[in-house]
Write a protein of this length. Structure first.
Length: 158
């Protein structure tokens, strides 16, 4: 907020484009690093990192794409947290992102991303693989991943 990134008009103009590109590269690098750590330092959640960048008007598409293509245990555990704590499947099969700090735009973007047929099937496959053939998980992690899998099954891809 100190950079006024939440004020898009303050960042308009071609002179500021290189600075915005540098900030976007930082956001992506920071998010990728966060995808490889579970839990995050300081008790943060990946959902809060995503919301932070969304509130600051960063393009979340590269961050969400990085998550969808990240195939490591930490990113899967972050997905589990997102699904269990911050996503509500609706009766019509859509998803609702319920973070109280997210803007409506961020909430809609995250929900739509989870319903994307490619993202949805990738995560279904990844969860199945970890649950059936993955390394030994603690009983708690296995239960949580199973719950996340059930939540994702209740979301209809669009």
């Amino acid at each position: 907020m100190r950079l006024d990134l939440d004020q898009p008009a303050a960042w308009a103009g071609p002179k500021l484009k290189p600075e915005l590109e540098l900030l976007a590269a930082f956001a992506l690098a920071y998010f990728r690093q966060s995808l490889m750590q579970y839990p995050l330092p300081g008790g943060d959640s990946l959902e809060s990192v995503l919301v932070m960048f969304g509130i600051a008007h960063f393009d979340l598409a590269p961050l969400l794409n990085a998550w969808a293509t990240s195939d490591n245990p930490a990113s899967l555990l972050h997905l589990k947290d997102l699904l269990i704590y911050w996503v509500e499947p609706e009766p019509d099969g859509s998803a609702q992102f319920t973070s109280p700090f997210a803007t409506p735009v961020v909430s809609k973007l995250v929900a739509s991303w989870l319903q994307n047929i490619t993202v949805h099937s990738t995560f279904i496959q990844r969860l199945e693989s970890w649950l059936l053939q993955g390394p030994q998980l603690s009983e708690k992690d296995a239960e949580d991943l199973s719950e996340a899998y059930e939540i994702l099954l209740n979301i209809r891809p669009a």
